[in-house]
Design a protein around this ligand. Sequence first.
Ligand SMILES: *[C@@H]1O[C@H](CO)[C@@H](O)[C@H](O)[C@H]1NC(C)=O
Ligand SMILES: [Zn+2]
Length: 482
Amino acid sequence: MRCVSFPLIAALQLTLLSITHGAKWTYGGPQGEHHWSKHYPYCGGTFQSPIDIKSELLRFDPTLRPIEVQNYNLSPNEQLTLGNNGHSLQISLPSKMHISSLHRRFTAAQLHFHWGSSSRPAGSEHTVNGKQYAAEMHVVHYNSDKYPNISMAVDKSDGLAVLGVLVEVGEFNPAFDQFLKFINGIKYRDQKVQVPGFNIRTLLPERLDEYYRYDGSLTTPPCYPSVLWTVFRNPVTISQKQFLSIATALYSSYAQDSALMPLHSNYRKPQLPESRVVLVSFKEGRGLHGTLTVTSPLTRKRLIQQLLVGDLADLADEGLYQLLPSGSQKLHAGKRKDHKNWLSENLAKPKQQLLNPSLWKKSQTNRYVGKLGLAEDTMCYVSLEQRVFHQLRQSHAEKRLVQTLRNTVFPELNLKSYLEYDLFWINTGLLIPILVISTLGLVLIVSIVCCLFRQKRSAADQNRGKSAGYNLGERDEYGSRV
Ligand SMILES: *[C@@H]1O[C@H](CO)[C@@H](O)[C@H](O)[C@H]1NC(C)=O
Ligand SMILES: [Zn+2]
């Protein structure tokens, strides 16, 4: 918790307090989503989910690898708990199931659903260009390399990874019947039944390589912004009958309650994207607004670090301009060089006032050293990002610059994902071998080019020497006489 500011700790404690007290929340009425933030402050905070995945937010990112899941094929001997928690239908998952394709191991904990109603088969949380699907499945995983269990991970900025699957009404889906046939055993809140294990992979779409990726939150209180979201591009289908069985079988009330509340339309409305972009792993399709301008994770890491320690002047010199999408260059019409100079001038001024470099350098060191150190960066990212924006706003008279940074640079970098992604290279010790090999490769290439160049020049000069004499003092660009 070293890098968490005091108000954040206070907010966190408040939140934990309301969990202990179990503040009631619902999807409608006086405890509906607009009132969640009274008891759960993060619900009114930044980086909330779900969002409408709009074309203009999308950035193709060629570094996004296909999602790989392990041990999803469960045997019927392994019993799973199917439950109704009053907000959703949930299936507990064994800890051998995990995602292996992210920078850390993310271990499965549970999956659950959000759905519409019998009269309105539209209940997905994420929408795509405004289109709401009939339902959505969330397979929740936690960062088990770093945290011992999901309760420790749930409020950490790098704690969770959720796979989102959009569900539409269409063909019958045999995989869904593996648990739907037991749904009448969990009609009321807090009821649970054991169901035989089955292949959970069959609940996911066939293609796991096409997805949307962004930094977001739990979509239910306490709404911690702790989720690395993966929403698959392709929906799965369930039959009309299967949809109706989810939408009509369950109640959010206890069995003994006198007034029974049906459990349906349990989705949160789309939240503001704020400064975020949505990375996409696939390129085809209309409306994709360009590629990330800097694709090397190491370059991004370095730029982020400079941003965080407030070394904006250096950053401007070294290529902040590369990160600005082509649209924003219209602001400073002209050559790229002008653009760069504009940034240098405007960014150089606040260098001293900006943040407290020693503080941020220290917190960054902690991130490296504390590989397994727990709780050292609770909500670190959010507080850090807010401070960066706050400081930028204070120290810049030029509001437009802040706006440019906010709207273009930060989302382009997708801070959270890439900070962690790059730690993977450093932690696994691959960085030094890669650097050594790259340097050796570069030296080799330069030597070869140099050699060829010299041969060519000396041949040319021999010819010229014969006809026009020798021009004394002329040296080639390596400083040696030719
Ligand atoms: C999670 O781990 C923490 C720390 O080891 C422990 O105190 C806590 O009881 C665990 N919680 C659960 C639900 O297992
Ligand atoms: Zn969910």
